[in-house]
Design a protein around this ligand. Sequence first.
Ligand code: ATP
Length: 565
Amino acid sequence: MSTVDKMLIKGIRSFDPENKNVVTFFKPLTLIVGPNGAGKTTIIECLKLSCTGELPPNARSGHSFIHDPKVAGETETKGQIKLRFKTPAGKDVVCIRSFQLTQKASKMEYKAIESVLQTINPHTGEKVCLSYRCADMDREIPALMGVSKAILENVIFAHQDDANWPLQDPSTLKKKFDDIFSATRYTKALELRESIAQDQEKTESLKNQMQELERNIQDVDAKIHHTEATLKDLREIQDQISTKTAVRRTLFKEQQKQYAALAEENEDTDEELKEWKTKFEQRIAILKNKISKLEREMCDKDSESSVLKKAINEYLMEIIKLQATAEAHMSLKDERDSAIKKLFARHNLGSLPNAPFSNEAASSLTNRIRSRLTDLEKDLDDKKFTSENEKSNELELKMALDCYLGANDRWKNIEAQKQAKVDIKSNILKRIEEKENERSSFERLISDVDLSRIDERENNMTNQLAGREFESNILQKQSEFHGVEQKIKALNREKDIMARDSEDRVALSFKKTELEIHLKKHKKIIDDYKDKIRGVLKGRLPHEKDLKKEITQALRHYAAKNEND
Ligand SMILES: Nc1ncnc2c1ncn2[C@@H]1O[C@H](COP(=O)(O)OP(=O)(O)OP(=O)(O)O)[C@@H](O)[C@H]1O
């Protein structure tokens, strides 16, 4: 069962818009007691409005339901109802509805501002706020409470002004009852149920029909497949028949033709025909042999013809080449003739026969040209001789010119050097002049200085210096310095001696280690020899002074033994 826990009222009827007025509802019963005009009816009205969204009958479309702004001394009042209830499942839900009443110039304006539902997320424990349109909220809360809106409105939170609704006209009363008992919905549900049942029946029968049809379709499909396969086979057979018929027809036609071609009907016996057949076959074999032989011959002829074709081509190429050389020869001949003509014309060598010249004519003309050429060469040699003389003169002239040019260059160089030296000299003279000017200026400055005063100051200074006994101090410091130098020298000598000592010590330590190594080696050698002697003298080691004697005895003994052996 759904229960209402708490309600907050602000700015509704006589409830102050500034203060939060909270009403807590107790179980199993809450009594609301108060004087007239205290606000009891307002609490019920707020409960009803929260749950159903329905304003009370006397609210004048909300204008008189919200706290009057005139009473509050404002132009606008805001009202709020916050209702906390538990759903039948025990879930806490808070429903918040806010309103606003504004005093405009001529009239009041009522507005429902917002409708919010607050729930608590069971997983996180956080508040979840959902904003709703008023109409949606009015449907949502009765659904959450599990009580119909008509019961909430007309039974649970029935307003005192509407308390006589059971006495209203029958149509209104019926409607209310229908709403309360959800009669229309019930009839609708019944109708719906009936129609669903009918639909289900129809669906069942349709399903059955469908299954039957599917089965039929499957049968038909199978039949179609079977028929298709048969049809395919029949088509193949039909194709085969048509080809066979065509073959038969052609064969028949051929037979007919052969039959028509026969002059007369052969009346030979089978044996004769067989003999004729063998002969025919032999003849065919001979003919085949001939054909193959002819084919081979044809091949040979083909190869021969290809060789000949190649040769023809080569000859043709040669002919073309020869034609080209003949043409070139003719053009050379023309050139020769024109050259002869030109030479004859240039050197006035006489008359010429008509062109083209024959080879003999050309050679005689060439001889004439050659003789003319030899004459010209002779002339040339003569002229060359005279020109050589001229050349020697030219050479002399050239040498003289070269000498002149060289001398001219040298003169120019010397001139340039001379000019440079003149410039340097003028610079030096300038600097000398400047230095002389400087000197004269310094001399003038010195002449301006008072020499007598400077001398006097110098004398004073020397006197002061003499009074301070610098000389004796310098001598003393010099002797001290000498003494320190002596000490340093002595220390250096000592240092050298110590360095030499340390070197000697290092060398000594090296020698000691060497000595130890030698001693060890020596001892080892002695031990080895002692072992050997023990081995020879059967484990006996004689005293050092008898050692030599014993060894010589042993050696002799061994030598004698060896000789005897
Ligand atoms: N719009 C309004 N603004 C301010 N106050 C209003 C408004 N409308 C009604 N009131 C005041 O609210 C009070 C009405 O309260 P309500 O009728 O709830 O009281 P009650 O306790 O039910 O009284 P009763 O016992 O007579 O039924 C009145 O005092 C009325 O003057």
